[in-house]
Design a protein around this ligand. Structure first.
Ligand SMILES: C[S@@+](CC[C@H](N)C(=O)[O-])C[C@H]1O[C@@H](n2cnc3c(N)ncnc32)[C@H](O)[C@@H]1O
Length: 286
């Protein structure tokens, strides 16, 4: 290599360093750090609005890298979470179908958020099921990592937008492949996310046997009328108009509300139900 090409290379190196210094702080995440978000392709990270540079200061402390990595994946989680709350189930299904890796990014962030909750609603539902006959067939609408199915002896149909496990049925839960009148318990645990959430409850009603249970756990703030949330009475009224009766409502938990409905043996469904809007549950940056 002659002196002039060495000089050119030095200048190029300088330019490259300058370019990486102009990136947002998140850009310092190391290429070899296989977090769900850093393992995404550059184009996918761009799509998520995340950092794409992979320059890495070799002697930066691990805790600094850990913080940056957490911030990057936290940002991706919040963006995906907002997307799920502000689009229809069909759009969410198409979105994840195109890029199923994003489902893992979402669930890594979701698990992190849930680790701060004093009680997980899925555990309350597991306890409720364990106190009943194991012969009850369950449909878990929006099952996530299918914790419910893994925790009980009952036959559970686990349904979600993406199937990371062969036991999970991948579909938009407004249109499941389940037979009509085939399950005893329908569960929505923090999963009424889409803008068309009433169609999920209508689908649960279709697959429930007469006298079947409908359990709905939702983030408390979504049912706080003083804070822009829905009126829980109006919500219960809408579900009742679908042919259910409200057996009980558990408001004891700090983070979530739990409704226990049961559908009537024979019911006439009101076709003009007025469903309240459920506001998106947007997580704040920690
Ligand atoms: C907040 S997570 C809760 C997961 C699980 N139920 C739990 O309690 O840990 C909500 C889940 O609902 C799923 N979900 C949202 N809309 C859906 C739809 N239209 N069809 C199927 N699954 C959906 C999401 O993909 C996500 O896995």
């Amino acid at each position: 290599m002659d002196a002039s090409s060495k000089g050119k290379n030095r200048r190029r190196g300088k330019k490259r360093r300058k370019a990486s210094n102009n990136q947002p702080p998140e850009a310092s995440v190391g290429a070899s750090e296989q977090t769900p978000s850093s393992s995404l392709s550059v184009s996918k990270r761009r799509k998520l609005g995340g950092a794409t540079s992979t320059s890495c200061g070799g002697n930066k402390s691990t805790s600094f890298l850990d913080k940056m990595r957490a911030r990057l994946s936290g940002g991706h989680f919040r963006m995906l979470n907002e997307k799920l709350y502000t689009c229809s189930g069909k759009d969410a299904f198409d979105y994840f179908k195109e890029d199923p890796e994003l489902f893992s990014v979402y669930h890594t962030g979701y698990r992190e958020q849930m680790s701060h909750w004093p009680e997980q609603p899925v555990n309350i539902i597991v306890k409720w099921l364990k106190s009943r006959n194991t012969s009850l067939t369950v449909a878990d609408f929006g099952c996530g990592d299918a914790k419910l199915a893994k925790s009980v002896k009952n036959k559970v149909f686990s349904i979600d937008l993406v199937s990371k496990d062969p036991s999970v049925i991948a579909c938009d839960m407004s249109q499941t492949p389940l037979e009509s009148s085939s399950v005893d318990v329908a569960v929505f645990c923090l999963s009424l996310m889409g803008t068309n959430y009433p169609s999920y409850i209508t689908e649960a009603n279709r697959v429930l046997k007469p006298g079947g249970w409908l359990l709905i756990a939702e983030v408390k703030s979504r049912f706080d009328p003083n804070n822009g949330g829905a009126d829980p009475e109006k919500f219960s009224e809408a579900v009742k108009n679908l042919g259910f009766s409200l057996v009980s409502k558990d408001m004891n938990n700090k983070m979530f509300i739990l409704f226990y409905f049961r559908n009537k043996e024979r019911s006439v469904i009101d076709r003009n139900i007025s469903w309240p809007e459920l506001k998106p549950c947007i997580y704040k940056r920690r």
